[in-house]
Design a protein around this ligand. Structure first.
Ligand SMILES: Nc1nc2c(ncn2[C@@H]2O[C@H](COP(=O)(O)OP(=O)(O)OP(=O)(O)O)[C@@H](O)[C@H]2O)c(=O)[nH]1
Ligand SMILES: [Mg+2]
Length: 252
């Protein structure tokens, strides 16, 4: 089993590269497009070579997603080895209720789902609806063959404007999205707004040389904590997807 390559366990794209399709699935205005935008900015700042194709968007004039946003990124070379580089196809869905058909289309061929929830008080019902819809769309593979991680966005909001995290976790458990004993590992929180602001601050800092190397790239050890928080859910999903496939291959 030690000779297994990523291309043995993931689909390969037209160029023969192993790919993983991750969909950010969540209610309207939760910040899905914002997360993809921050992710794209981060890749540009850290290593533009890891951007395979820039964000493609189908949006209306107000920036609402009406079909999808998509960006393709790849993992950097691993210590110069000829290691299969995994390509991430990150997709967002349009959260508005009326765009259910588009959501169904975007979910076709999904490998892993990021349930992208909203901390805002007013979003309680929308979070509930979208979790149920994700489960219904994917069916029995939900959370098993297709791994699921939950991310609750807008943690920057003051406590009185935010939902209770424990209640959201309970909802995820009740809906069968996350198992009780795994909730601590699979439910994450963060703020795309903070991540964006912190990146802008680095770019405009008078102490730029502390953060950027000689090639003008952001040093990875200078990634702000807020940015780590929004990268983590994607990392976790990738890890789960790899583990899930290895188990599957080994069980054959
Ligand atoms: N306070 C706060 N606002 C945020 C955050 N992330 C995004 N927003 C704001 O939330 C609004 C919606 O963000 P989008 O990224 O367009 O949301 P979306 O989920 O793509 O929305 P749809 O495409 O309609 O489904 C915008 O006004 C963002 O600026 C966050 O972390 N905190
Ligand atoms: Mg959007």
């Amino acid at each position: 089993m030690s000779q297994l390559e990523l291309s043995d366990i993931f689909n390969v794209d037209r160029e023969g590269k192993p790919t993983i399709k991750i969909v950010l699935f969540g209610p309207p205005m939760s910040g899905k497009t914002s997360m993809l935008t921050v992710f794209n900015a981060l890749r540009r700042m850290e290593n533009p070579k890891t951007i395979v194709s820039s964000l493609t968007k189908i949006q209306d004039d107000s920036g609402r997603t009406v079909f999808f946003d998509q960006g393709v990124f790849q993992t950097p070379p691993f210590r110069g080895k000829t290691f299969d580089r995994l390509r991430y196809h990150l997709w967002t869905v349009p959260g508005e209720e009326r765009h259910k058909v588009q959501r169904d289309i975007v979910m076709k061929g999904v490998d892993a789902v990021l349930l992208f929830l909203n901390f805002e008080n007013v979003a309680k019902g929308q979070n509930e609806t979208i979790i149920a819809e994700a489960k219904e769309t994917i069916g029995e593979k939900f959370g098993t063959k297709i791994p699921v991680v939950a991310y609750i966005n807008k943690s920057d909001l003051p406590a009185e404007d935010r939902l209770d995290k424990r209640e959201i976790i309970q909802l995820l458990i009740d809906e069968g999205a996350i198992q009780d004993d795994k909730a601590a590992n699979l439910v994450m929180t963060g703020s795309c707004l903070n991540a964006r602001n912190d990146l802008v601050e680095l770019l405009t800092s008078p102490k730029r040389e502390e953060y950027f190397d000689d090639n003008n790239m952001l040093k990875i050890d200078q990634r702000p904590d807020s940015v780590w928080l929004i990268v983590r859910p994607i990392q976790k999903l990738t890890q789960l997807a790899v583990e899930q496939r290895l188990e599957y291959v080994q069980g054959m």
